[in-house]
Design a protein around this ligand. Structure first.
Ligand code: CIZ
Length: 329
């Protein structure tokens, strides 16, 4: 049964019930122990919208990377268990140097972030000495250290619009978000060819089928979707994960097709149990996000393990584009 109380697999089709797996029985006890440990350690748990449901349930705050970074900055807690992927925990560590930031699994990386390295940015700058480099938040601290501005999918348009109109811009690493920003801002943006494998699993044909099966559903699409170029004109809304949550809150619609990583469905279904959500693809899952489990959250608090740190020399430069984004947003 899904969190809406529906007995389908949640996507309105027959097929693997991958999105409605019941929690293992020991999770109830683990959740209790995590609550006690959090108190003992003076810790806060921050969970990204793409984390599995059980982790979202024990979190003090669930949100997108921007919301989590801001929460990390404001919390009086000494320890932050950052349930997300490594670049997000790095951002929290850089913004909160006086706190201990833990990640449940250090191998929780980001395939998209790995698609650009610092030397490639330096090479572009040599060829475009007056250009500006804008990076998506899905980049390592070492890459951010080479960039002028950082953006999330929530604030990308606003940040790019602040850059003088005559500047050439390189946007890294997501090609599809970059295309979206280029279309929206009409700026001279060079696009890197990176992509998110989870969003690439969302195929135009599947979206067409779902739209036919649920003609009254609003189609919400994340700008990282690989099908952006073909489907963009069809989307009712192109939104970040936080944008989707806020849009559903305002919308009078009862049904939504959601084209992003499927972890978001847990938050949507928990917050809006009266509405129905159909994942655009049951395969849109991030294997890195899934490396974090409730057991590993528990262990990180027991052993205070997997501390995330950033070389201070890199951090000093990498916070500049992040802070510029936070100042604009
Ligand atoms: O900024 C984030 O958290 C990511 C990676 C996606 C989104 O839209 O929330």
């Amino acid at each position: 049964m899904d969190t809406n109380g529906h007995t389908t697999n949640g996507n309105g089709h027959n097929g693997p019930a991958a999105l409605a797996i019941a929690e293992p029985p020991h999770y109830a006890l683990l959740k209790e122990k995590i609550a006690i440990l959090k108190h003992e350690r003076d810790a806060i748990i921050l969970a990204h919208n793409y984390q599995e449901g059980a982790i979202q349930d024990v979190a003090d705050f669930v949100g997108d990377s921007l919301g989590l970074a801001q929460k990390a900055q404001r919390t009086p807690a000494k320890v932050i268990v950052f349930c997300g992927v490594h670049f997000m925990a790095e951002t929290a560590a850089m913004l909160c140097p006086d706190k201990t930031v833990l990640i449940p699994d250090t191998a929780a990386g980001c395939s998209l972030a790995d698609m650009v390295i610092p030397a490639q940015i330096r090479a572009w700058r040599r060829e475009h000495p007056d250009g500006m480099v804008v990076c998506y938040v899905n980049t390592s601290a070492a890459v951010k250290a080479e960039c002028d501005y950082c953006v999330t999918s929530t604030n990308g348009v606003k940040v790019v619009e602040q850059i003088p109109a005559d500047k050439e811009i390189l946007f890294v690493p997501d090609y599809y978000l970059g295309s979206y920003l280029k279309a929206k801002t009409k700026r001279n943006i060079h696009l890197w060819k990176g992509y998110c494998p989870a969003h690439a699993a969302i195929l135009p044909e599947q979206v067409d089928e779902l739209r036919e099966a649920h003609p009254d559903a609003e189609f919400l699409m994340h700008p990282e979707c690989g099908c952006t170029t073909k489907q963009m004109h069809l989307a009712d809304q192109i939104l970040s994960t936080e944008g989707m949550v806020q849009h559903v809150k305002r919308s009078t619609n009862a049904e939504f097709i959601v084209a992003t990583e499927n972890g978001l469905l847990h938050r949507l279904r928990t917050q809006y149990p009266e509405k129905r959500f159909y994942p655009a693809s049951e395969y849109a899952t991030c294997h890195h996000m899934q490396r974090n489990t409730l057991e590993k959250v528990f262990l990180s608090l027991v052993k205070m393990q997997c501390v995330v740190t950033v070389d201070p020399k890199i951090a000093e430069r990498a916070v500049v584009p992040i802070q510029r984004m936070l100042d604009i947003w």
